[in-house]
Design a protein around this ligand. Sequence first.
Ligand code: DGJ
Length: 736
Amino acid sequence: MNLVCLRGFALGLLAAGVSAAVGQSAAARISYNPESHVFRLSGGDAEYAFGVNSKGALQTVYWGGRLAEADSLPQPNPVDRAFEIDDTPQEFAGWGGGLLAESALKITFADGDRDLVLRYQSHTLRKDGVDVLLRDLSREVYVTLHYTIDADTGILARSATVENRTKATFTVEQASAAQWNLPASAEYQLRYLAGRWAGEDQLESRSVTPGSTVLESRRGTTGHEFAPWFALARNSAVTERDGEVWFGSLAWSGSWRITVEQDPMQQVRITGGYNPFDFAYPLKPGERLETPIFYGGVTQHGYGDMSRLESLYQRRHILPHGPNPKPRPVLYNSWEATEFRVSEANQMALAEKAAAVGVERFVMDDGWFSTRKNDRAGLGDWWVDKQKFPQGLKPLIEKVHDLGMDFGLWVEPEMVNENSEIYRQHPDWIIHFEGRPSSQARHQFVLNLALPAVQEHLFQVLDTLVTDNDIAFLKWDANRNWSEPGWPQAPVAEQKKLYVEYVRGYYALLRKLREKHPKLEIESCSGGGGRVDLGVMALTDEVWPSDNTDPFDRLLIQDGFSYAYTTQAMMAWVTDSPNWVNHRSTSLEYRFLSSMQGSLGLGADLTKWSAEDVATARHMITEYKNIRSTVQQGRLYRLVSPRSGSDFSSTEYVSGDGKQAVVFAFLHSQQMGYPAPQSLPEGLDPAAFYTIRMISGKLTKGTPARASGAFWMQAGLHFELNGDYSAAAAELSREP
Ligand code: DGJ
């Protein structure tokens, strides 16, 4: 019965066809029907509805394209049989009452009872959402489900607050932010991002079949292995341009889990939140546990539209300084040039070269402090190495300023080397189990940010650094995962709270630092892309996707990244050739064009560049400044993916006002002299006229200098690309 109910919505109502093009969105609408007990939230082209059945259980009624206001959504069905609860699309299932499917919340009470059955109590409608209060059948356990819908993108922000109003402490063993129910079907295709160090964000795809797919991190941080993100397409026919896709992103920078489950009735639900592995969060009477936020959206227009919605939403609502964060400055970073061998002289020399090609921010990476000559010592001792910088950082910073750039500095606040003053003074500050060996990774330990003393110390260190020096930017690194996750200072029953309290401590530190220094910008880096998620993106201005700076590998990493995250936040450096990761040689133009698809940075040893390299760099950076708003904040079209199996790939960015479009094209290798295929731009006005101008490379002979949007979109752009790793880019400007 319930199965039929959800299917009925999926097939019957969607056929009505409700979607409009992106950007033509209506305002958000929130309603509650007291007769059917159905809540409806609509925004953009999306609608989400759930209701209360006659037993007080909350069930999803609909999630898809926006419906007519006059459409009536029926009340969810009662659950009459035991175990039928597994067949119902519960909004937020407590583990109890015979539930076999994935639960959202699991609690063990002091008396051993572990049965939790949540029932509707009340709700509060807001302008942009609703809060719904649930309560257990018999115990004073309250759960508030929070829903907020974005008027433009229809993206929902969902989270839950668990509250103990009983008289005894109980232990939360699983706490999800939300469960998402999709119409029953055996056709879904799951896409997700998997990877490893130097190979992050590889797009994977699989059919959703009976059972569960678990995406997770057990590492204390977000991790390189999976991004906390999913996309579920209605079937395998969904493309970049067409078809229904549901997607979601969990905003949490600690251990997390997303489970995509197809039950025996072919119902699919996605559950995500704190990772229940090794998890226990005792709540005393009167205490609450807030979950992270799980964002979710839906589009009828394929994966391309999904990414554009996510990107828009992240710039408006996630990144600091939304709704219109400034485009990122062109940055230089010293890591690949000087590694730990930084000195006042070599950094000044690099700064001069960087300024000469148009760099706006100079960042000194690892190696500037204490006894840091390699990764074995000094981490955690945040005082300037007087041998390398006899008069402190001031002379270098002044030089950087005189050259017209602002100054940034690398830090790794959460970590310490065993060989450091701070560890010798406070060996008990690291995450560890008492009396057990603590594993090292990159010769370092993890400080326990759940400890107030650690938080205070780190704030004082960072605040002093930023106050005493004119620092505009911190690259905040974190080069290892946790091991032996003990917190011996806490009562035994509370020690597993570390998974939550550490991340809260980390967020609090970022927040406090930003509050005290509102102009300070921060990059989230974690041994490459180990900490990229919407939680950290709310507190940082950009992220470092990977230590792999090979421009061809980056095409794949950037392609994967773009499925889930905005290019505004995606830092991409041009480094030296051959690349250190795989010794591949590529031209400087190719390296620039690869990096110019995100937030451009330079990471090469500029002191070794020839006059010709310098001229190329100056030209490319000037070009980049002309297109960066469009690249970082425009609409991205993945015209030909580097994963497509073709030797060719191409991307396009169209500015918000439609006046500028930029098309990039890459030929990976050429065989038998076949010409590169054409790029077919999208998102232009077919009736408007556009002039074309090359940013780099050539178009084939006979390409007109101006033509209609229809011409460019249908006849395409034929770039003249030859040999291996060749690239080109062109700008299309709409005529007034
Ligand atoms: C790892 C980062 O990802 C690199 O960019 C660099 O900052 C090193 N750490 C420095 O130790």
